[in-house]
Every structure is written in structure tokens, then in C-alpha cells.
Ligand binder design. Structure first.
Ligand code: SF4
Length: 386
């Protein structure tokens, strides 16, 4: 696997002339915009990694007169706080990415679904949005953006639950298909993109796809913003080129005693020290929506796992049995093993349950519980048992 090393990049927060970039986008045809984003190889920065250009292409192909661009700003993954920073510092680039997406797919309306806990950002965002609307009308765009607030449910970060919430319903995932590109919010073709994805798309239009593809690897083009927390002397937001190993990351951000890195938050993977050197951070190794938590030897991995399982049991929407019951059983199961009320071999049964959840749960929440469970139990079994 390609190893690009650890390189700091300044793309997301780079100061640009928004009007100039949007003027450029205005003069491009929708096909040219989609082609540029396709050639860049940009994959969604929320964690799932679907190619953005393809998403735009599919939504553009729908014949509906009403389409939507939805910006997913429901940043709820434990350990992730980069979208908040992006909205605080460069909201006009987020809005700019939405306008460009709107032009590409043929939409006139955009909705930002903002995490409930970020409500305090709203007054400033409204002022910036008003000036932004004035600017794009002067350029000639027929596009408007509104904000809708979440109420703190983790599941509303799942795209179809987010649509339900926008529509004023209980935030629960829908059956798929149809996919959002065909029937999204208000049952209209919708391109739903993460905050960072939209900014990256705007920067691709600004600099060109060739510039973007010089960063990252074949499977993970470009750079991304990481939210770094845990046992580190330098917590915060850092934009890094994709394609570094976990070891290179730990050498830069660790405290000299890092025993594990949780890549991708509670729904991501735990990488133990013995695998730092061989694990690439990116879609070919361990993908992440941005959350990077470092744990040193003072931490109990049982407590880390228990914390995640408690979180999932609380946040499961309860709609499907594998997740509703599975989350509870995994939580109770590790508690029993820890207390000596179940044999250590019971962990093998729990691993099988995690596998079943991956294939039987209805949405990404239930399907991803096993990522943290299996990687922590598999690599730190002795800490779970004793
Ligand atoms: S997997 Fe969990 S969160 Fe998703 S629909 Fe089923 S119960 Fe709800």
C-alpha cells in the first residue's frame, strides 16, 4: 500500500476569494463541474466515502423539477468536532460548495441540517448567510439555503433519518432503495454531502482536480481534516494528507506512550500498537470521518469499549431487532465477562453477534457497532476479561 507520510495541508481553511470561485463555477456547465469532481476522486468526508462526483451525477440524471442539496452538519460521531470548526471559520465555503452542488445537479434549494448542540453558531451563520445570498444573486445563481436544527439524536446523522427529521417526523432510517439521489428529502432527488465534502468540492473547482489528485493515494485522494483528542499533547483540528500510517500519526500526535488509536470514532476501528506501522489511514486501510482518539497505557480498554457500547445502546433508534437487542446484549455480555458471571469464551459468542448485526441491522449505526467491538475485544482481550 502507498504510504505518503505525514504532511500538513492547507486547503479547507485556505483564504480564497469566494466570489471569484463562484464566478468561475457559474461559467462552467453542470457537466464540467461533475467531470472535475469525478476526476478529482473525491470521496465523502463524513466517513462512508461514497464518490461525490458519482452522487452528483446520479442526482443530476433525475428528471424532477425539484431537487435538493442537503449539507449534513449533524456532526455526532464521538470525538469529531471538525465540521463545527469549518462552519465557524469558513461558512461561506460550505455555502459555496452547496451552490456548486446545486448547479451540478440542477437544484435551487439547499438545506443545512445543523447539530442541535451547535445552535449557538446560528446567529453568526445567519448573518453570513444573508450576505452570501446577496453575493450569489449578484453573480446570477438562483439558489437559496436554509438551516434546520437537529435535536441531539446521533441517528439523525444517518442520511434518511436526517430527511425524516427535516420533514418534521421522528428521526428513523428509511428502507433503501430508493436512495437519496432518487428520493431524498420531501421524496425529491437529493444530494446529501458532509460539510467538509462541500468545502473540498469548492476548492477542487478553485484549484482544479489535477491539483487535488497530487495529494493522497489512489484509493484516498486529497487531504482531510482530523479531530484529534485523547492522550495527546496537541489536541485539536489538523488538515493532513491522506495515506499516512498510524505510526506516523502517533509519532506526531502521541504522548510517547500510545497503546491504541480509535480511528473513526465509536463506529470506527481500534488500532493497537503492534499494528501501527502496517495500517494506513484512508479508505484502503482504516477510514475515518475525522475522529482520531489516542489512548495511552493509563487507559482501560474495557472502559473505552463499555463507553462506546453504552452510547450505542442509548442511541439505537430501536426500529430493527438486530440493533435494538444486539446493542443491549453486547453491553450486558462484556459486563458479565468482566464480573466473572460469564466465561471468557462467551466473548466468541458476542463476536458472532457483532457479525450478525453487521449483515442484519437496517442502517449504518447497527452495522458498525461491530467495528469497535471486534477490534477492541480482538486486540485487548485480556483487558476485557481481567
Ligand atoms: S440499525 Fe439501529 S439505528 Fe439503524 S434502524 Fe436499526 S435500530 Fe435503528
Amino acid at each position: 500500500m502507498e504510504n505518503k507520510g505525514l504532511n500538513k495541508v492547507d486547503l479547507i481553511f485556505e483564504k480564497i476569494d469566494n466570489r471569484e470561485v463562484l464566478n468561475k463555477a457559474f461559467k462552467m456547465s453542470r457537466e464540467e463541474i461533475i467531470q472535475e469532481v469525478l476526476e478529482s476522486g473525491l470521496k465523502g468526508r463524513g466517513g462512508a466515502g461514497f464518490p461525490t462526483g458519482l452522487k452528483w451525477k446520479y442526482t443530476a440524471a433525475e428528471k424532477s423539477p425539484d431537487k435538493y442539496v442537503v449539507c449534513n452538519a449533524d456532526e455526532g460521531e464521538p470525538g469529531t468536532f471538525k465540521d463545527r470548526e469549518i462552519l465557524e471559520r469558513v461558512s461561506n465555503k460550505v455555502h459555496g460548495g452547496m451552490v456548486i452542488a446545486g448547479k451540478a445537479i440542477g437544484a435551487k434549494k439547499g438545506i443545512v441540517y445543523l447539530r442541535g448542540e451547535y445552535r449557538y453558531l446560528l446567529p453568526k451563520l445567519m448573518i453570513e448567510l444573508e450576505a452570501f445570498h446577496k453575493m450569489i444573486r449578484e453573480i446570477g445563481f438562483d439558489f437559496s439555503i436554509e438551516y434546520r436544527m437537529g435535536s441531539g439524536a446521533y441517528i439523525c446523522g444517518e442520511e434518511s433519518a436526517l430527511f425524516e427529521s427535516i420533514e418534521g417526523k421522528r428521526g428513523e432510517p428509511r428502507n433503501k432503495p430508493p436512495y437519496p439521489t432518487v428520493s431524498g428529502v420531501f421524496e425529491k432527488p437529493t444530494s446529501i454531502n458532509n460539510v467538509e465534502t462541500l468545502v473540498t468540492a469548492m476548492m477542487i473547482v478553485n484549484h482544479g482536480s489535477k491539483n487535488f489528485t497530487q495529494y493522497g493515494t489512489k484509493d484516498s485522494r486529497g487531504s482531510k481534516v482530523f479531530s484529534i483528542s485523547g492522550d495527546t499533547p496537541t489536541p485539536g483540528i489538523f488538515e493532513l494528507e491522506l495515506g499516512m500510517t498510524v505510526l506516523q500519526f502517533v509519532n506526531e500526535f502521541g504522548d510517547g506512550d500510545t497503546k491504541a488509536v480509535q480511528v473513526g470514532g465509536a463506529s470506527g476501528f481500534c488500532v493497537p500498537r503492534k499494528k501501527f506501522a502496517e495500517t494506513i489511514i484512508g479508505f484502503e486501510g482504516v477510514p475515518t470521518g475525522g475522529s482520531m482518539k489516542l489512548f495511552n497505557s493509563s487507559r482501560s480498554m474495557y472502559n473505552v469499549l463499555h463507553n462506546y457500547l453504552d452510547f450505542f445502546a442509548e442511541e439505537s433508534c430501536g426500529q430493527c431487532t438486530p440493533c435494538r437487542v444486539g446493542c443491549q446484549q453486547l453491553l450486558k455480555g462484556v459486563e458479565k465477562v468482566k464480573k466473572g458471571e460469564a466465561k471468557s469464551t462467551y466473548l466468541t459468542e458476542l463476536m458472532k453477534l457483532a457479525d450478525t448485526m453487521k449483515i442484519a441491522a437496517k442502517c449504518g449505526l447497527g452495522q458498525s457497532v461491530g467495528n469497535a467491538f471486534k477490534s477492541i475485544v480482538g486486540n485487548f482481550k485480556e483487558e476485557i476479561i481481567y
